[in-house]
Structures are given as C-alpha cells and as structure tokens.
Design a protein around this ligand. Structure first.
Ligand SMILES: *[C@@H]1O[C@H](CO)[C@@H](O)[C@H](O)[C@H]1NC(C)=O
Ligand SMILES: *[C@@H]1O[C@H](CO)[C@@H](O)[C@H](O)[C@H]1NC(C)=O
Ligand SMILES: *[C@@H]1O[C@H](CO)[C@@H](O)[C@H](O)[C@H]1NC(C)=O
Ligand SMILES: *[C@@H]1O[C@H](CO)[C@@H](O)[C@H](O)[C@H]1NC(C)=O
Length: 487
C-alpha cells in the first residue's frame, strides 16, 4: 500500500492532465521494462545516419524545414504513412507520424492528435489509445487496433512542444508557454499541407487529451485568427487551414470550474466514489475548495506567474492529490493503482525505453510559467460562433479531469448555442456496432451538434483506451455530423 501511494503521488505530479514541477522527477525519469521495438526503430529518425531526408522549405517560414524520413511501414502496414521532423529553426525539431485513413483516404477529413502533459508524447495515443496499433507482448510487438480513428480520418500524431517525445532542441532553446507552442504548431501545419496538398482541402479536426484541453482552444484560436488575416490580406505561400472542429478528451480547459468541482465529484458524484460523502475527507475538501477557486480567479483576472502559481500549488496539493490517500488509480477510479508502474498502467512501461513518455523538465517549465490555471475556455465562444464545432468527451471514472467539472464549464460558456445547450437533455445512445450503451450525450446545433458533450461510461482519463468501441462510435458521428439519436 505504501508504495502504491508513493507511486500515485509521483503519478499525480506527472499527471497527463497537469503536473507540478516541485514533485516531478525520479520515478518517472527512470527507464522501464522491455521496450517497444516499434518506437525504437522510429527513434533513429533523430540521428540522420542511414535515413534519407527530403527537405521542404517554405517562403513564409524561412527557418523552417520539414525533414521527412523514409516512409515507415510499421504499426499499420495497410496504409500510407509518413514520418519525420519539422525544423522550426536550426535548433528546434518537431517529430510527427502520419497515417492515412483506412477507408477512402481521398475523401476523409484530416485529424491531428495531441497528448497532454505538458511534455507527454503523442505516441501514447498512437500505441495505447486511439491509434492504428496497440502495443502487445510487453512492448515487443504491436497489434492492429480495429477501433483506430484513422479508419475515418487521415491522422497526424505530433510530439509537441519541443522536448516532448522525439521532438527535441539541439541548441538549448525551449518552449514553455501555450502561445509559443501554438506558433510552432501552426508552422508545422502550414508546412505539412504544403508538402501534402492532397489533405489541405479536407476539413481539419484537432483532437487533444488532458492538458490538450488547453492546447486545442489556444491552437484553434490562433489558426482561426490567421485564417481571418489571410482572408483580409492574402499572402503568397500561406493558406487557409480548414479548421472544422476541436475535440477535447478528458481535458483541463477551465480550471476555475474544474477544480471547483472536485468536492462534488469526489463526494457523491463519482460513479465509483473514493470516499464517504459525509466523512472527514469530504469535509476537508469542501472547506478547502473556496480558497482554491478564489486563487484561480486572481489568475484569470491578471494572468501571470505571480498570480497563477499560488493557485496551482494550493489547488494541486490541497485538492487534487488528496486521492493519493486512497489506493485508487487517479486516472481511473474503478481500479487500484498498479504499484509497479510509473503511471498505474503497466502498458505504459512498455513504451518507455528509448525515451521518457513524459518529459518532466518540459512539464515543469509550463507550470513555472503559470500556464496550468489559464482560462482556455474563454477562447472558445468566438470559434463556436464562427462555425467551428466543439466536441468534448469525458470518461466518467477519471479523477484528474472529472466529467462533472467538464460538463459545468461547457454549460457556463456564453455563445450562440448557450441557451440551446442549457436545456438540451443528456440522452443515452447506443453504438452502431454492438448496441452498447456508451454513455450520455448532450448537444446543441444540427447533426452531431455544434457544441456537444459526451459522458463516456466506465472510462478513465484515457477514455479511448478504456472504451475503444464507444469512443470510435462518437468520432464517427462527429466527423460525419450525424445525430447520436433521433429527436
Ligand atoms: C546529418 O548528418 C550530417 C553528417 O552525417 C551532419 O553534418 C548533419 O548535421 C546532420 N543533420 C542533422 C539535422 O542531424
Ligand atoms: C510488482 O513486482 C514485483 C517484483 O517483480 C512482484 O513480486 C509483485 O507481485 C508486483 N506487484 C504487482 C501489484 O503487480
Ligand atoms: C527533456 O527536456 C529537456 C529540456 O526541456 C531536455 O534538455 C532533455 O533532453 C529532454 N529529455 C528527453 C529525454 O528528451
Ligand atoms: C453549426 O454547424 C453547422 C453544421 O452542422 C454549420 O453549418 C453552422 O454554420 C454551425 N453554426 C454556426 C453558428 O456557425
């Protein structure tokens, strides 16, 4: 038990949703177990020795090059793949792996997947959640994932920011804010679509998990701003990026509302409640929540390191890490934490060999810059009113970014669909494949909705890992814009 608690503390510190530099370090930095041969083969993209590279230069980004390695055929040999680096400058290099859609790639939308951290590799999504293959045999091989989202979309996995996964910096430069990360990512997309124009006219969907709840609104809003500038004053070489929707999975987006919901979720709301709602833990949580929310209010009002870091520290240690006094996996309250794994998930050890799954230095820097408690939800109404759709999913057994807090911030958001969303019923729907009741959906707008919230039953922080059929079903409805149920 003791070691489970220690692990869980370390785990919370590195949380994919959010972490705290003060506690970050050793357990996670260790290299674990048998490695994933697939990733280590890909890893030699970093040393250019035996590989051939193609350079793609761009007039608007004079310092940027796309180095595309020989196209890989691992993981999902049935589809066309590309992988390589985007050189943002001489010293900064972003790594991606692209999989074409399994079904009619020429008509499929384009999607990018980002894991959170900050500093966690998107290989987690690729090998562990919604990607084309799943690691097996303790990491020695991979098997095809029949629920992969690349069945329906051309799918890019990007390790972002630099110093995440295979992305690196060769001159000591760093990216430690959401806005800097966003600029690099925009450059990446522009270069990618210049090199692969066949995907440029398709709708683009940005999907992100956990800290991705911050990433997606920031990146989406930057793309949208750039699109507007270009419509007004076209620039040679730059193109409209066809941003169609943002997809957030168990994300941290509006910390004020989400941290405020911890007592409600932990003390009665959770499907697998960790505590007795009338017990002393719950009394303590309820007593501490108001100071946490007032500190976050200060961060929202005057965002800076000085205003935001006290909020991070207090809310983190007084509210979020309380879960470590139980033996539960904070990412999935249904199960106990696997004491032998840095993340409570044994499979995560299998990925970690050639590189650490989450770079804690990168993680810590974002926290130091006060980025965790920013209000990213505030960026969304403009996007929604301008026709960019928003899908938010939350596995309901996740403690880290609990589904109640997520639903609350969505209800609060002021946009053209606010009143329709406010009265929209939460309805159960069944998956097309096997008729499974996947959870509850609330939406406003036609089809699958302009603003849609999905509570995924019996799923933790990595909902696509826990409920592959259900989350794939959600994505099919979303991309095709088909209603989840008949009105
Ligand atoms: C690629 O290798 C050559 C020599 O083998 C080296 O000079 C060059 O810096 C390398 N480029 C990168 C981006 O690593
Ligand atoms: C953790 O690993 C040790 C040694 O390999 C083993 O004896 C123990 O059963 C494992 N514990 C769990 C919970 O898997
Ligand atoms: C992690 O990031 C730091 C800088 O943020 C970098 O110096 C280090 O090399 C990175 N570690 C790995 C394993 O990529
Ligand atoms: C809502 O989504 C539909 C597509 O279903 C789109 O045509 C419409 O423009 C969106 N609403 C707004 C306000 O942009």
């Amino acid at each position: 038990m003791k070691s489970a608690i220690t692990k869980a503390t370390a785990l919370i510190a590195i949380a994919f949703c959010a972490g705290q530099s003060a506690q970050a370090s050793t357990p996670y930095q260790a290299t674990f177990g048998a490695g994933l041969s697939t990733t280590s083969k890909i890893a030699d993209g970093r040393s250019n020795g035996s590989r051939s590279y193609e350079l793609v230069a761009h007039p608007e980004f004079s310092q940027h090059n796309l180095r595309i390695t020989a196209d890989p055929s691992l993981c999902d040999p049935s589809v066309k793949q590309h992988s390589g680096y985007l050189d943002i400058s001489d010293g900064r290099h972003l790594w991606f792996w692209f999989f074409e859609a399994r079904e009619s790639p020429q008509d499929a939308p384009l999607m990018m997947w980002l894991n959170g951290g900050p500093g966690c590799t998107s290989s987690m999504g690729l090998f562990f959640e919604m990607g084309p293959c799943t690691i097996a045999d303790e990491g020695e091989s991979s098997v095809p994932n029949h629920y992969s989202w690349n069945k329906h979309a051309n799918l890019i996995f990007l390790d972002s920011p630099i110093n995440t996964g295979f992305s690196y910096s060769s001159d000591g430069s760093k990216v430690d804010t959401l806005s800097d990360m966003t600029v690099d990512l925009y450059a990446f997309l522009t270069l990618f679509l210049t090199r692969y124009p066949e995907y440029a006219s398709a709708p683009f969907h940005l999907a992100a998990e956990s800290w991705g709840g911050h990433y997606a609104p920031n990146i989406g809003s930057y793309i949208h701003k750039k699109n507007k500038e270009l419509a007004f004053a076209p620039r040679a070489g730059l193109q409209h990026i066809n941003l169609a929707s943002l997809i957030i999975v168990n994300g941290l987006t509006d910390p004020l509302v989400q941290f405020g919901s911890i007592p409600e979720y932990g003390c009665g709301g959770a499907p697998y409640p960790p505590w007795d709602p009338s017990g002393s833990e719950c009394a303590t949580l309820k007593r501490k929540a108001p100071l946490c929310t007032s500190l976050i209010e200060s961060c929202y009002r005057f965002p800076s390191k000085a205003t935001c870091n006290p909020a991070t520290n207090y809310c983190w240690y007084e509210l979020l890490t309380t879960i470590t006094t139980t033996d539960r996996n904070p990412y999935d309250l249904r199960v106990a934490c696997d004491a032998n794994s840095s993340t409570c998930y044994p499979e995560s050890n299998w990925i970690e060999r050639e590189f650490t799954m989450c770079n804690m230095t990168t993680n810590g820097r974002f926290y130091e810059q006060g980025q965790a408690m920013r209000n990213s939800a505030a960026l969304l109404p403009e996007l929604i009113n301008d026709g960019i759709r928003l899908l938010v999913m939350a596995g309901d057994t996740d403690w880290i970014c609990n589904y109640m807090g997520v639903q609350h911030w969505m209800q609060k958001l002021e946009h053209n669909y606010h009143s329709e969303f406010a009265i929209a019923p939460a309805r159960r729907w069944k998956t097309a494949k096997s008729g499974l009741v996947g959870g509850e959906v609330r939406s406003a707008g036609p089809g699958a909705g302009n603003v849609t919230f999905v509570q995924v039953y019996d799923a933790g922080h990595m909902a696509p890992h826990d409920q592959p059929e259900v989350t794939e079903d959600v994505i099919v409805h979303w991309l095709k814009n088909l209603p989840f149920y008949k009105h």
